[in-house]
Structure formats: C-alpha cells, structure tokens
Design a protein around this ligand. Structure first.
Ligand SMILES: NC(=O)c1ccc[n+]([C@@H]2O[C@H](COP(=O)([O-])OP(=O)(O)OC[C@H]3O[C@@H](n4cnc5c(N)ncnc54)[C@H](O)[C@@H]3O)[C@@H](O)[C@H]2O)c1
Length: 275
C-alpha cells in the first residue's frame, strides 16, 4: 500500500487534486491546520501545523511521498512568510528525513522568478531566481532547502514552479500560466513515479498554446500534459479585452505582483510608523 501525505489539504489545489490522486492501493493522508472535510475515500485526516516538528514527524510515519502544498499562498508581511513558508518547508523536509520518507514534491511558484521578462522567449525551469515578493523569496528558499536535502541527505525532491492551478484560467496572463487540475494531477503522478529524480525544478503548466514557460524539464520526468488554455481564450478576450503588453500583468512572469501595489516592505514600514 502506497501512502502519500498531502500538506495544505484543505486548500484550493489539494481540493482539486484529492479526487484525482485517489486510487486503489494508495492511501492519502491529508494534513492542514484548517478542517479537511472527510471524503468517503478512506483518507487519513491530520490536523497539524507544518511548523510543528513533532506533529510533522508523526504525520510522516509510514509515508512514501509528500506533496507539500501547505502554507501561505499569497503575499504577506515578512514574519508570517518566514514562519509558515520558509520554516514550515524546513520542518516538512526535516521531518521527512527523520521519518525516512524518500520523496518530497514541493509547491514552488512562478513568483520565484517573477521579475523574469516575458519578451525573451520560453523561460526554462532552471531560470535563476528573481523573486517578486516576500512570497516569491519563500519559494526560492523552498527550492534551496529541497536542493540541500537532496544533495546532503539523499531525499528525492521535485520542486514544481506552479503557474496558475485553477479550474479555469481567469485572465490573459493565466492563458499563459494555466495548469489544469487534470494536468496538475498528471504532473504529481509523474513526480511520484519518476525513477531516481534526485533534485529537479520543473514548471507546472498545461500545454498552453500561448505558453511562457518550458515544459521540457517536466516532460523529462514523464509528464504528458493534455490540456490547453486556448479553449478559454475567445471568451476571456470578449469579457476582458486584450491587455496592454507593456503592463506588468503581461511584461513579467510574476504579472501584477511585479507592480507598485505589491511593495510589502513599504506598506509594512508605513504600518509601523502609524503605530
Ligand atoms: N494555486 C496556484 O495556482 C498556485 C500557484 C503557485 C504556487 N502555488 C502553491 O501551491 C500551494 C497550494 O496552493 P493553494 O492555491 O491550494 O493555496 P491555498 O491557500 O488554497 O491552500 C493552502 C493551505 O495551506 C494551509 N496552511 C496554511 N498554513 C498552514 C500551516 N501552518 N500548517 C498546515 N497547513 C497550513 C491552509 O489552511 C490552506 O488550506 C501553496 O504552497 C501555493 O503557494 C499555488
């Protein structure tokens, strides 16, 4: 029996992936600080924080692979990003090491390289980090931790730079970055099944006609995407029009997160000054 621990199991992605990853011969162990609804699929539910080493070690017992989705999935001030995303990823990897879990799949993000421009052709999965936010920095740290745990301790770690994993793309940028839930599950399956991946960084996107990112690295792991955001393009264009290619939304991989509204340090300072 294979057991997969999914952290952040109450979240949007896990909710989309859970039914797609459930199968005979596999137990899903679902961990979150929030309530995870039972699903009648025999899943094991664990209420714990990814920052709690003892709880994470217990949650890792008997686990073959971890899909680490837990954490803050948008921009926040530095302290919570440090605690939940950076320390929480350290605890997850260290608990995996202590419990003898062989493989960990990390939910990195396009925001790890958000300031990379979109005009210079397909962005490879080994593009050097250019994070756009505190959140983006936490994903760079996630990848660095994964690399260190692979090289030093022999864990097999695949970090997926996820684009936009939702039921449907929501705007022109997401036509470029969309990862359909079905392709998301296909990619996770490939990451779980790949023989001896060592440490890899791959892009998590569907086979989108208007793509920005390379799927070569994910395909090398065995990923065979089957969806294309293009079927939503006409409707989105009719509803929203064509965005200015010079706007941050379209100019950078990180989209609007590269715009002035996302100056978290400046906002944090202003908040301190009004205390
Ligand atoms: N959805 C996307 O398009 C996308 C894109 C890039 C990266 N990602 C990453 O994928 C992961 C999942 O994304 P999502 O959209 O499902 O996010 P989400 O916010 O919907 O879910 C995150 C889950 O993590 C849980 N969580 C938060 N703090 C925790 C803690 N201390 N201990 C345990 N659980 C905790 C939350 O309760 C929540 O259920 C995140 O790491 C996110 O950064 C998602």
């Amino acid at each position: 029996m294979q057991r997969i621990l999914i952290t952040g199991a109450a979240g949007g992605m896990a909710t989309l992936l859970r039914p797609r990853l459930a199968r005979a011969g596999r137990v899903l162990r679902l961990l979150d600080i929030a309530d995870v609804p039972g699903g009648g699929d025999g899943a094991e539910i664990v209420r714990a924080s990814i920052t709690d080493m003892a709880a994470m070690q217990a949650a890792c017992a008997g686990v073959d692979a971890i899909v680490h989705l837990g954490g803050l999935s948008t921009e926040h001030e530095w302290a919570p990003i440090l605690d939940v995303n950076i320390h929480g990823t350290y605890v997850t990897l260290e608990a995996a090491r202590r419990a003898g879990v062989k493989r960990v799949i990390l939910a990195s993000s396009n925001h790890a390289i958000g300031y990379v421009g979109t005009q210079d052709g397909e962005v490879r999965a080994d593009a050097f980090p250019r994070p756009d936010t505190n959140y983006g920095v936490s994903k760079v740290a996630m990848e660095a931790l994964g690399s260190m745990y692979a090289d030093r301790y022999g864990l097999e770690v695949v970090a997926i730079r996820i684009g936009s994993c939702f039921e449907q793309p929501k705007d022109a940028r997401m036509l470029r970055t969309w990862l359909s839930p079905d392709d998301g599950a296909r990619l996770i399956e490939a990451c779980v099944a790949a023989p001896a991946p060592g440490f890899r960084v791959v892009w998590g996107a569907s086979n989108n006609t208007r793509h920005w990112v390379s799927l070569d690295e994910a395909r090398a792991l065995g990923y065979a995407p089957q969806d294309d955001s293009e079927r939503f393009a006409a409707q989105l264009q009719a509803e929203q029009g064509e965005p200015d290619p010079a706007s941050p939304l379209m100019r950078y991989v990180g989209g609007a997160w590269c715009s002035e509204g996302w100056n978290t340090a400046v906002k944090e300072q202003a908040k301190e000054q009004t205390k």
